[in-house]
Design a protein around this ligand. Structure first.
Ligand code: MTE
Ligand code: MO
Length: 543
């Protein structure tokens, strides 16, 4: 854009139109500075959330179920990063619009950034790990940073005089009439300021990320030593035996223990909570005679129960991977509850995580003899951070969404009618017993297989009851009984396999399991919602 030579004489009096792209860029950079300053300040106060995380958390809280499902379907395990990215992208678009509007009316930009601040304030205020005072402080900081950046950048936008008086606080260079004389110089100066703002956004964000990285918590976790238990050695021996059996060595069959790194992950946490065990406590409260608190050290000392338990997600489709089998070490929930003294009518155990997720199940489940633990160990290690460090609940035979609170903070005794956990108003059943299931791991569904010997194998689970029989049907042949792997107890899944000789063509293979009560899995197909998928896993393969 050529500058009118007239403007050399009167640059301030006769402003030429300033390009929208420059306004948009100025707005985006200013919005970025506001967010990045907020995130950096938030990460200094970690585990408190910064504005971006807090707003993303509110989206998870408030979003309709279809929106969350859509996110999971599109982004899978990356649904949280996608949500954060979405929050940032929407903010930046909003900021770009503000920037353009600010070319004519800078107050619109200031008001818009302030509105941003109010949204962030509310989101941080209600956050389980945030707070109102904290949210206010952080929002003021972000807004000041964003407004300053906007003023500085608007003053540098090429093609016209600055309409805002330079503000001392910002250190903005006053408009230079000589530079204003040439568009190129102006543009260069503007782009320089823009680059500076962008670089500070990147620097601040990287700093925030570094601070929030969780390295300190991971280090604390690595320093933890679980109690060595005799039971652990017995389980170890059983695991070794199970994995050595011909059933387990059938290629493609899941290992009897799911390694921690391969264990499925499901939670609503935008950022994995980083809990420093030294200032963490578990509280037991509500309808109890004595409210109790336990430190991490105390729980470690009391974690003398160890058991393999298969944990599964209610969202797991037939044949799906949202299930795993691990050896959990912890304190029996019944022991802690008895110490607190249950009051009459305390029919529900509600639990809440440090980030405000909650769930509940009938009190009976802690006392009917099943494995129900406040777990601190998973497969011989302190709980991985992703799986709930420092402590979580594990209740055999209940889906995770009603029982398995990770990053556990409190257990509250209440009535069954008096409370609904996070997922209940979102369309899931209040009771979540795990349905008996079996899965074909090999051959892989829809795959091409050789003609000839093709073993069929997989896993089956019916926590609390155990698996006594697995049957396989190929095409319309008779159901054949599969061989079962070594049992790790009724709570753990069981491997199975069956030799098969394939003939050329397409074959249908299906499986069904019978639990310890003698009940065979129903063939009635239901979707995961509202209380878990049912039906026989059925695949087709071509030889
Ligand atoms: N704090 C917290 N705990 C949680 C959840 C959650 O969203 N937040 N999700 C639950 C659900 S739905 C499941 S299936 C299990 C999954 O546990 P995992 O991620 O260790 O496999 O955790 C449960 N515990
Ligand atoms: Mo789940």
């Amino acid at each position: 854009m050529e500058t009118d030579p007239q403007s050399v004489e009167a640059p301030v009096v006769e402003p030429t139109a300033r390009p929208r792209w420059a306004g948009a860029l100025a707005g985006m950079a200013a919005g970025g500075v506001a967010l990045a300053v907020g995130e950096l300040a938030g990460s200094i106060a970690a585990p408190k959330p910064g504005p971006v995380i807090a707003v993303s958390n509110r989206v998870i809280d408030q979003a309709p179920v279809w929106f969350i499902d859509f996110g999971k379907a599109i982004f899978g395990l990356a649904d949280k990063p996608a949500l954060i990215a979405g929050t940032i992208i929407l903010s930046v678009i909003f900021a770009a619009i503000l920037g353009v509007l600010s070319l004519k009316k800078p107050l619109v930009g200031v008001a818009g950034i302030a509105a941003f601040g109010v949204v962030g304030f509310l989101a941080m205020g209600v956050d389980a790990q945030g707070g109102w005072g904290y949210g206010l402080l952080l929002s003021i900081l972000s807004v000041l940073a964003g407004v300053s950046a906007l003023i500085v950048l608007l003053n540098q936008v090429p093609g016209g005089s600055a309409r805002l008086a330079p503000i001392e606080v910002t250190g903005a260079a006053p408009a230079n009439p000589i530079q204003s004389a040439t568009g190129a110089l102006e543009r260069r100066s503007f782009l320089g300021w823009l680059a500076g703002a962008t670089a500070s956004v990147i620097g601040l964000s990287l700093g925030a990320r570094q601070l929030r990285g969780g390295a300190a918590v991971e280090e604390a976790r690595r320093g933890v030593e679980l109690q060595a238990l005799e039971g652990a050695e017995e389980i170890e021996a059983a695991v070794t035996a199970a994995d050595a059996s011909p059933v387990a060595t059938t290629e493609g069959v899941s290992s009897v223990i799911t390694p921690n790194d391969d264990f499925y992950l499901i939670d609503t946490a935008t950022l994995t909570p980083q809990v420093d065990p030294s200032d963490w406590k578990l509280t037991i409260k509500g309808m109890v005679d004595n409210e109790l608190t336990f430190t991490y050290e105390e729980l470690l000392e009391r974690s003398t129960t160890i058991a393999p338990v298969t944990l599964s997600c209610v969202s797991n489709p037939i044949g799906g991977n949202l299930v795993g089998n691990a050896v959990w070490q912890g304190v029996p929930l019944s022991e802690l509850l008895e110490e607190a003294g249950l009051q009459e009518g305390a029919t529900q155990i509600r639990s809440e995580s440090v980030d405000g997720w909650d769930c509940g199940f009938p009190t009976e489940a802690a006392f009917d003899g099943r494995t129900a633990l406040v777990a601190v160990g998973m497969n011989g290690e302190p709980l991985p951070v992703d799986h709930g460090f420092p402590a979580r609940l594990v209740v055999s035979g209940l889906y995770g969404y009603v029982s398995a609170t990770k990053w556990l903070k409190e257990i509250e005794l209440t009535t069954f009618e008096g409370f609904d956990g996070f997922w209940i108003p979102r369309g899931w059943s209040k009771l979540g017993p795990v349905k008996t299931q079996s899965r074909i791991d090999t051959p892989v569904a829809s795959s091409q297989i050789p003609v000839g010997s093709v073993p069929i194998g997989g896993v089956a689970w019916a926590p609390n009851k155990g698996i006594v029989k697995v049957e396989v049907q190929v095409d319309d042949e008779e159901w054949a009984e599969a061989e079962l792997g070594e049992s790790l107890g009724v709570n753990a899944w069981r491997q199975w396999s069956l030799p098969w000789t394939s003939t050329p063509g397409v074959h249908r293979i299906r499986v069904r399991a019978t639990d310890g009560d003698g009940v065979t899995q129903t063939d009635v197909v239901t979707p995961p919602a509202p209380n878990g998928a049912s039906g026989w896993h059925t695949i087709a393969v071509r030889a």
